[in-house]
Design a protein around this ligand. Sequence first.
Ligand SMILES: C[S@@+](CC[C@H](N)C(=O)[O-])C[C@H]1O[C@@H](n2cnc3c(N)ncnc32)[C@H](O)[C@@H]1O
Length: 231
Amino acid sequence: MSGQQVREGYSGTGPGAITPDGCAVELYTRLPVGDEPDVIEAAVPAGAHILELGCGVGRVTHPLIERGFRITAVDESPQMLERVRGARTVCSPIESLDLGEETFDVVMLASFLVHAGDPGVRDGLLRTCRRYVREGGVVLLQREGADFHRALPRERAEPAGYTVRIVSSEPVGDGVRSVRVEYEFADAQWTQTFRSRPLTKEEFEGHLGAAGLKVDRCLTDDGVWVRAVPV
Ligand SMILES: C[S@@+](CC[C@H](N)C(=O)[O-])C[C@H]1O[C@@H](n2cnc3c(N)ncnc32)[C@H](O)[C@@H]1O
């Protein structure tokens, strides 16, 4: 374990440090990046200064830096941040991030963090997005796809040589689900159990609105990546 307090309902197993939300640091050093840098690059001005919230080991950060973006990378896990190269790093919970009066061209809240089980945490995450986006800037969010909690268990064998299995998604009350994911490599296995609050389009937009943000456009056909702007 990392020595940090775990978040209630979140846990992880497997080799190496585990973050308060159940992510395994070593696992994230192994996961390849997908199309995230392409989606982001197409949605923001070239060379923008991006505030990346929940950056992990820099899986998405590093390709963005290679493409000429400047990144301030935030995570509450020091073990994750130790692996980040070429970005300014800030170790803090996103909800209580304090960068004074600083603002950014782009604020990014990816990895489905907007689905936090605790509504107080979710609203805190969105307030942070609003607080740090400059006037005329944009907020990029990654939300769950429509079928995320359906047809379980399901698994995907990745070309990089590992299998991801979404084992279960069980209701735990108050509209929240407990999701268990397994990652199987030839030499190691990790699991993560986390809380997710599925959000309808209306709920998602309502929470953004309460934080002073509104959806500008969907960046992907599946509605997973969304660009928002300050109201
Ligand atoms: C699922 S990992 C994804 C990391 C990275 N975005 C990626 O795609 O590779 C989520 C990361 O967000 C961090 N995190 C989750 N909730 C957080 C919070 N409320 N404040 C700060 N960091 C958080 C975790 O420590 C972890 O590193």
